[in-house]
Design a protein around this ligand. Structure first.
Ligand code: SF4
Length: 91
């Protein structure tokens, strides 16, 4: 390989490294956009129509989204009474 050949290859390697770095940046950015932040993953009690009493036998205690130990919910932010209810209740 001659010096000229080496000089011609050097920019190509540099360009390849730049391209790789740019690609890694895009992948990282896409990952950040696709992953919801914890705050945005849940909606507010108000938006969910939460009330502190059961409705037609439906309550947090028998909702699929309820975490009884922490009294939290997978889809609504905050803590809840087991007797609460909101529009997102699911069996
Ligand atoms: S979705 Fe509504 S009813 Fe179900 S646990 Fe969460 S706040 Fe309670």
């Amino acid at each position: 390989m001659t010096d000229t050949d080496e000089k011609m290859k050097t920019p190509n390697r540099r360009d390849a490294l730049k391209g790789t770095a740019a690609l890694m940046g895009l992948i990282a950015a896409a990952g950040m956009l696709a992953r919801p932040t914890p705050a945005s993953a849940k909606i507010s009690k108000r938006a969910a129509g939460y009330v502190a009493s059961p409705r037609n036998g439906q309550k947090c205690a028998n909702c699929r989204w309820f975490y009884p130990r922490s009294r939290t919910c997978k889809v609504v932010s905050g803590t809840f009474s087991p007797n609460g209810w909101c529009r997102l209740w699911r069996r």
